[in-house]
Design a protein around this ligand. Structure first.
Ligand code: SAH
Length: 517
């Protein structure tokens, strides 16, 4: 028997989950998630975990009712150690998390609740609406716009209408007219300031402010999850709206990747307000050579060089030592060389001193740097530790320079494309504005992940080599920035997405028109 964890996913932006929630996702055997939980969070999950979507989605017939979700949760927790029930916002706020917890108690299944940022708090924060303010409102009510029409419900709403303060209404997007009319009929002034926050904290966040009497009219059609907020505090948004300020706010960009690390491109795009989806997910797994690591290290007999290429090479190497009960002391006296920025960072994270950091991956430059660092390369014993990045040319280069090279590939990379359906759904809904290919291997990974990129999509390649590789892979017209730096690429992307006329003005529809079956 395991434990069921009712985990709050936060209001939408994947970064707003708690650390405990993220940790449990990484360790989960099974994840049962709602439809509203986005790809960014599912990506965090343990690659071996079984992912079950129990969410209800408009237009889809296949969904589980609450009773079946409860039973499934119980059955799965009897079979697996860590079962994560990932729920939008906070699990115990209007999410029927309480019912799920009761079902677990009744079945005698152990559980833990991991709170999350509820939409009423998270979405309002990103809309720039404080829930309270010393002079404008000293109370908040969270209420659901259920459609019970009985007397008791009428009394509750009369009470609500008379309350003053801030009222936050969940699940009212589809009934905004009834909800606002009812509150006015029961006594709240039609002149009260109010707002609708749709898809709060997400790239397509939309906020409409109006007097209560005009809110339904002004809000128009609401398609995403939405909150109705009533109260004077909504006026502060005029000064406090902060989210919609980046040049890429409201834009979604897919960054293909061939490495498991987060990249600078992702960081830059996020800082500019874009919502970044990374696809596919790359995992590092131990490779067969890993078992040879302890013997190879002993073979160096405390004298020689270990060259690491790839961050996963560093972690794979240390894991291989640990398997034999060894730690960093086993490499005392050896020179550690890191090739590439990520590798240098990985050594630093592992608290190992890097004797020679080499930024370039080019064999000639690596050999030259080593020669400078060691005096000569002739008959130098070098243990080359690689991950699955396909950089074996480096070993040949070093051997050609005279070194005695032992190569071990301690990790392999696998492409995990489980997020594909989600990404394709976003494409079909016109919610993806561009695709960035940072490298040839990232382009290959994208194709290996099985994603069908419709023609007409805005695809940006990093430099001409990547563009050519993309072309060979059959990806539609890659736009190449002249200067092939990350900043140049990001700048170009901003220009293309923000200058009217460079792309179809109905941004997003370029993907909708294509068939995705
Ligand atoms: N447990 C969730 C609420 C589930 S009920 C929580 O704590 O947030 C679902 C309702 O939450 C939606 O109908 C909507 O009113 C609200 N909601 C969820 N995500 C939202 C978002 N990103 N923006 C605005 N409202 C949201």
């Amino acid at each position: 028997m395991g434990t069921a964890y009712l985990v709050g996913a936060g209001p939408g932006d994947p970064k707003l989950i708690t650390r405990r929630g993220a940790e449990l996702l990484r360790r989960a055997d099974v994840v049962l998630h709602d439809a509203l939980v986005g790809q960014g969070l599912l990506e965090l999950a343990n690659p071996a975990a079984e992912m079950i979507d129990v969410g209800r989605r408009a237009g889809e017939s296949r969904w589980l009712n609450q009773g079946r979700i409860n039973r499934l949760l119980v059955t799965l927790t009897r079979k697996h150690a860590i079962v994560v029930r990932l729920k939008g916002g906070d699990p115990l706020v209007f999410g029927r998390g309480g019912e799920e917890a009761l079902a677990l108690v009744n079945a005698g299944v152990p559980f833990e609740v991991v709170p999350g940022v509820t939409a009423g708090v998270g979405a309002l924060a990103s809309a720039g609406i404080p829930l309270t303010h010393r002079r404008l409102s000293t109370s908040v009510v969270f209420v659901t716009a259920h459609d019970r029409e009985d007397l008791e419900s009428e009394q509750e709403w009369r009470h609500l209408a008379g309350l003053g303060g801030t009222v936050v209404i969940y699940m009212g997007g589809g009934r905004i007219r009834e909800v606002t009319e009812r509150l006015i009929r029961l006594g709240r002034s039609p002149d009260t300031l109010a707002a609708v926050v749709e898809s709060g904290t997400l790239p397509n966040q939309r906020v409409v402010e109006a007097k209560l009497g005009e809110l339904a009219e002004r809000a128009g059609v609401i398609t995403g999850p939405a909150l109705i907020v009533i109260g004077e505090v909504t006026r502060l948004r005029g000064q406090l709206a902060w989210l919609e300020s980046g040049p890429l706010t409201g834009r979604s960009v897919l960054v293909a990747r061939a490495r498991s690390q987060r990249s600078r491109i992702v960081h830059l795009l996020s800082e500019l307000g874009a919502s970044v989806i990374q696809f596919p997910t790359i995992r590092s797994l131990p490779a067969p050579d890993a078992v040879l690591v302890p013997a190879a290290v002993q073979g160096l007999a405390g004298n020689g060089v270990i060259v690491f290429t790839g961050a996963a090479a560093v972690s794979g190497f240390l894991q291989a030592l640990a398997q034999e009960g060894l730690d960093a002391r086993a490499i005392a006296g050896l020179s550690l060389v890191a090739v590439g920025r990520e590798t240098i960072a990985a050594l630093r994270r592992a608290r190992l001193k890097c004797d020679l950091p080499i930024r370039s991956y080019l064999p000639i430059q690596v050999a030259a740097a080593l020669r400078r660092g060691r005096g000569h390369l002739e008959a130098q014993p070098i243990l080359l530790i690689r991950d699955g990045g396909g950089r074996s040319a480096l070993g040949d280069g070093l051997e050609a320079a005279g070194a005695r090279v032992t190569q071990l590939q301690v990790a392999t990379r696998t492409v995990d494309s489980r997020g594909r359906k989600n990404v394709e759904r976003m494409m079909a809904a016109g919610q993806l504005d561009a695709i960035v290919l940072p490298s040839s291997s990232a382009a290959e990974a994208l194709v290996a992940g099985g994603l069908v990129v419709p023609s007409g999509a805005l695809v940006m390649a990093m430099g001409p080599t990547t563009a050519a590789a993309a072309e060979r892979l059959g990806l539609p017209a890659a736009a190449i920035p002249d200067a092939s730096g990350v900043d140049a690429l990001v700048e170009e992307l901003v220009a293309r997405l923000t200058t009217p006329g460079t792309i179809d003005p109905s941004v997003g529809t370029w993907l909708t028109s294509a068939s995705l079956d």
